[in-house]
Design a protein around this ligand. Sequence first.
Ligand code: AFP
Length: 328
Amino acid sequence: MDHTSVFLRKFLYDEGIDADLRRLIHTISVGGKYISALLQAANRKMAGTQNTSAEDQLEVDKQADIILKDMITSLDYVHDYASEEQEKSITTTHKKPKFSVSVDPLDGSSLIDVNLAVGTIVGIYPSEELINKGRYIQASLYILYGPLTTLVYTSGKGVHEFVLCPEGEFVLTKSNIRMKEQGSIYSPGGLRSEWIESHRNFIDDLVITDYKLRYSGGLVPDFNQILMKGGGLFSYPALKKSPEGKLRLLFELYPLAFLCEQAGGKATNGTQNILDLTLEKLHQRSPVYIGSKHEVEKAASYHKPPKAVKAVKATKPPKVTKATKASS
Ligand code: AFP
């Protein structure tokens, strides 16, 4: 970090972001710092280099949820806090609420014990209630806990990446990140034996056209790779036993779809835009195809119901009369 570094708060101010939204995003970034420290400590404890306490028995994702819940609901302009870790959303009693927040506190937590990257995913809505349509989302971000802790965010004016530096500030590393029309990497999602036929045919098409497989089992690092490598496709399809797939519309897909569209990409459930899907249940799941437009649209061509072939009306053969006989 040096005197030219642009801190997250300064960047948000220069972008003309509403003061309360700036404070909310900054508060979430501070929560990300605590979670990053929590993960480092948890990994050390799992490695047996430190003794574990009763507190440690609480899974790290539950601890991450407590950190974010306490910090976010303490802000007097937050109305609803919905977490992937909690069955129902929490409604505050604040008098002048402006935002509702959805959080997946630690996505990919099953990867922590093998020291793979995990992430926090956040959606921010300008309303007293959680919206039932992704199109109302006002800002979204994810925090990726990898070799570096990075924060990628959009409030509708492009996608920007910040890195947590040793001094404890999130410093701008990339602004206005864009996805190419077509990429060269893909994440297929789930088990091949559980794929529905349309997904299997689509993935086979990518494989024979030399796309490189990139799949860690963590949505945030896998999506981040596609965003930062400039394009490609992440998918988690409908499965034979789970036609709605695995990933959650509110906690994971709305926020990433907003980021992806802001970077010039596309996100669908195979045929419809993720942000146009209506949320009917808090933990509703959806299949997802997200990334460069070319690949997402190619996926749609495998999922569209075959065009009904217009039945050609049978017509009676022309009557043969003396005149036609003579002319033939
Ligand atoms: P966990 O939170 O249980 O680790 O699941 C992570 C996740 O929800 C998402 O981050 C991955 O993209 C997806 O599951 C991987 O699922 P599969 O293990 O079925 O491929």
